[in-house]
Write a protein that binds this ligand. Structure first.
Ligand code: F6R
Length: 241
């Protein structure tokens, strides 16, 4: 694992955007795995700025998002569909047909999951997967557990995740209890992985990711088994490493 420590959130985001941009410049038809949440927002802003300055072209890029809440329509501002459109897709030239998001509204989650993994395979696999991390070490919505589901699947969100994500909703009760997520093997099959974290509340998870035991109880620790992982953190998230 390569760990890059940047001074603050802004520097972390700039470095992450440069890494994504270099991937797209090297391979114009790159397949990108994308994350939502607070962490990558600034990275998306940086990529949009590069696009506006004609420094990057996304016209051949394909994307696959990591996860989506169940039973939240795409028009809901808290859905990850809405988030991606607002924070990235509406501002760059990725063709709509190249954008892949999980449908949390489907009445056949099993079919949706199987088809998503197949679509990733047909696209040639993910070249670069961007990840955030939960304070409990979740990646995507793969929550700490005795056993992890390897493929794309439906999950019950951990109480800790519901609490952490309640900041985006009016109340804790409004946070969906279920989500659909790429599985751990789907993530680990990516050629390269870029994990971002900022803030003190991620410090413990980052320490466990980098040097803790490899265990399903800290899903991000499984990244230690992948040969091409870059972790970019700010000084606060790096506090314990
Ligand atoms: C989001 C995702 C989650 C988040 C994680 C951190 O697509 O997969 O694993 O990356 O919950 O969220 P933030 O960035 O809001 O702290």
């Amino acid at each position: 694992m390569r760990v890059i420590i940047e001074k603050d959130y802004e520097a972390m985001s700039k470095k992450a955007a440069l890494l994504v941009a270099s991937q797209v410049r090297l391979k114009e038809d790159s397949v990108l795995g994308l994350a939502t949440g607070s962490t990558p927002i600034r990275m998306y802003n940086e990529l949009i700025e590069m696009y506006e300055k004609d420094e990057i072209d996304f016209s051949e890029v394909k994307t696959f998002n990591l996860d989506e809440y169940c039973n939240l329509p795409s028009e809901n501002p808290q859905s990850y569909h809405y988030y991606m459109n607002e924070n990235f897709f509406n501002h760059v030239n990725i063709p709509e047909e190249n954008i892949n998001l999980l449908d949390g509204m489907t009445d056949n989650l099993k079919k949706e999951s199987i088809e998503y993994d197949m679509k990733i395979k047909r696209a040639g696999g993910i070249d670069l997967q961007v990840l955030g991390i939960g304070p409990n070490g979740h990646i995507g919505f793969n929550e700490p557990a005795e056993k992890l589901n390897v493929k794309t699947h439906q999950v019950d969100l951990a109480q800790e995740t519901i609490e952490a994500n309640s900041r985006f909703f009016e109340s804790k009760e409004d946070v969906p209890k279920k989500a659909i997520t790429m599985g751990i093997a789907t993530i680990l099959k990516s050629n390269r992985i870029l994990l971002l974290a900022n803030g003190k509340n991620k410090a413990k998870a980052i320490k466990e990711t980098v040097s803790g035991n490899v265990t399903t109880k800290v899903p991000s620790s499984l990244l230690q088994t992948h040969p091409e992982v870059t972790i970019i953190v700010d000084e606060e998230a790096a506090e314990l490493i």
